[in-house]
Ligand binder design. Structure first.
Ligand SMILES: C[S@@+](CC[C@H](N)C(=O)[O-])C[C@H]1O[C@@H](n2cnc3c(N)ncnc32)[C@H](O)[C@@H]1O
Length: 273
């Protein structure tokens, strides 16, 4: 896995100056550590209900059973909606902070979801699943082809025969369009964050640096989130070298064949019966 501590502030050459990083003491912390508390505000513009509807439409022709796994569940927004529709949900995320928030959210809805901290490349379970989802850029956190191969091997093993793996992939076009020199400031009573993003088309690496104030005014916490964008050829290659026998790559807006304007792929793979 990528060690962001050793590469921090050097992977993406078009990084814009951030005065907060220059003037204050920095404590480097893990991705989705303090940002976890702000994640739902950050994703406020996402229509999770439409995502749930689209996923159900995509898998419906295969009539999958109701045992599902969300393998990068974040704060549980998808898992909670799916459980509310009667799906038996298991949900995993690398960040214990995201899982804590997901558990709190589910508790307040009284839904029974099996949450745990885990890594998508080696998460193990006694259960087998009808559907595994990994949505909103989770796969782009895998920076090495070898990690994507492990992810596909692991999910194949976790699926029942006929089971479906469904994930999305952010493309270089999306990063070129939205990640170059983007800056966002979010303030609230908890202190808020400042986000600076950058993108290097050569390496296809995108970096979002979140700076968060601490109780000590001389110090800021910094989370560096590094993701790799993938082209359709990259994704085709990953699918072709996996154990899955069938797959489809779609545009996330039209749910049809991708075009030159596709910013995000939806990838669906199926294990043979
Ligand atoms: C952009 S968030 C998406 C969260 C959620 N799927 C959603 O739709 O809101 C990406 C998530 O992937 C998680 N993640 C990153 N690498 C991971 C890994 N190797 N295994 C499991 N989760 C991972 C992060 O902790 C984060 O919660």
């Amino acid at each position: 896995m990528w060690d962001f501590m050793s590469t921090f502030s050097s992977v993406v050459p078009d990084r814009k100056p951030n005065p907060l990083l220059d003037q204050q003491n920095i404590q480097k912390i893990q991705p989705y550590q303090r940002l976890a508390a702000y994640y739902d505000s950050l994703m406020d513009y996402i229509d999770y209900d439409t995502w749930v509807a689209d996923i159900k439409t995509l898998v419906a022709p295969y009539e999958p059973g109701k045992t599902w796994l969300d393998i990068s569940c974040g704060t549980g927004s998808m898992a909670i909606r799916l459980a509310d529709e009667g799906i038996d949900m298991t949900a995993v995320d690398l960040s214990a902070h995201m899982i804590d928030i997901a558990r709190d959210k589910a508790r307040s809805t009284k839904l029974d979801i099996d949450f745990s901290v885990g890594n998508m490349v080696d998460f193990a379970s006694k259960k087998s699943f009808d559907v595994i989802i990994n949505l909103h850029d989770g796969l782009n956190y895998l920076l090495e082809t070898s990690d994507i191969e492990l992810f596909l091997k692991n999910t194949y093993a976790l699926l029942k025969p006929g089971g479906i793996l469904l994930f999305d992939v952010v493309t270089p076009l999306l990063c070129q369009t939205h990640f170059r020199g983007y800056r966002e400031i979010f303030n609230d009573e908890r202190g808020g964050y400042e986000r600076h993003t950058s993108y290097d088309p050569n390496s296809q690496l995108a970096e979002s640096v979140f700076t968060l104030k601490t109780d000590n005014s001389d110090t800021v916490d910094v989370e560096s989130h590094i993701q790799r964008a993938y082209e359709q050829d990259d994704v085709e290659g990953f699918c072709a070298s996996s154990d899955f026998e069938w797959w489809q790559i779609l545009d996330d807006e039209s749910l049809e064949q991708p075009t030159a304007n596709t910013e995000r792929f939806i990838v669906m793979l199926r294990k043979s019966e």
